[in-house]
Design a protein around this ligand. Structure first.
Ligand code: MF3
Ligand code: CO
Length: 257
């Protein structure tokens, strides 16, 4: 069932989203060669506590996962697409990092992600992949308005990704978000214009394109049971925002105050 949110509830998700954006900005600023994903995760954990928020990730244990999720962030490096567990290995110059992060604040959740290359002299191919991922997210968000369909959103995302020649992680997409991190509806990164759920004011969704440089959509699970890696070993990028359908358009909820 899809639970539409009241304007007051959307304000509460926006407050959670502001915390998410602030912490992601700090993680982005700290990410550098020599710093480990685990140190970035520790920074996020400290900031969650300071904000009086609660991690939406830590302890999350969906049926398919062998163990509860151990971190407060997902940090997916290079050929890892999503759900990378932050490890102790220091980053090196040129690593492509995707950081995914959500918190609950006063019982409401917001979810966001970004990708960057650490160090100077990034590979232009990585920058092109990240750029297409961000453009796909922006196009998906731009398709959100009352009366539009979920298929319009997915179509906008896939058009950017496929035109750029990139793959899109199979079987994964965005989702409704609110009291829980994952709510109905599923928000596919593909679709047919004019098809699917009709968007109504009060719908809150996380939109999250996951693009693969090599052009495959295929992935495999790491032995850790969580990390998803590209099947062809090529690099991947991820970008995500939580947005609300409002009576006159779309409101971005995961942005700095
Ligand atoms: N934030 C991810 C998503 O966008 C979910 C991460 S689940 C976790 O849906 F357990 F790894 F945290
Ligand atoms: Co999400």
């Amino acid at each position: 069932m899809i639970e539409l949110k009241t304007p007051g509830e959307i304000d509460a998700i926006d407050a959670a989203g502001t915390v998410v954006a602030r912490i992601l900005a700090a993680v982005r600023a700290k990410a550098a060669p020599g710093v480990s994903p685990r140190e970035l995760d520790d920074l996020a954990a400290d900031m969650i506590a300071d904000a009086g928020a609660v991690s939406s990730f830590q302890g999350y244990h969906p049926g398919w996962a062998p163990v509860p999720y151990p971190g407060v962030t997902c940090i997916s490096v290079n050929d890892a697409v999503v759900h990378g567990i932050p490890g102790p290995e220091p980053l090196t110059a040129g690593d492509l990092l995707s950081v995914d992060f959500a918190v609950h604040l006063d019982g409401w959740c917001a979810d966001s992600a970004f990708s960057i290359v650490v160090g100077g002299d990034p590979d232009p191919r990585d920058l092109a992949l990240i750029d297409a991922t961000e453009r796909a997210l922006a196009a998906g968000i731009a398709a959100v308005r009352p009366g539009a369909k979920l298929g319009d959103v997915g179509h906008a995302i896939e058009t950017i990704a496929r035109r750029a020649g990139f793959g899109m992680l199979a079987d994964h997409g965005g989702h409704g978000v609110g009291r829980s991190m994952h709510e109905a509806p599923h928000v596919p990164n593909e679709g047919r214009p004019g098809r699917g759920l009709r968007l109504k004011p009060g719908l809150v969704i996380a939109i999250e394109p996951m693009l693969i440089a090599g052009g495959t959509d295929d992935y495999r699970h790491d032995p850790d049971g969580w990390t998803l890696r590209t099947a062809d070993g090529s690099r991947a990028a991820h970008a995500e925002h939580t947005v609300a359908v409002t009576k006159d358009g779309v409101r971005l909820l995961t942005r700095a105050a």
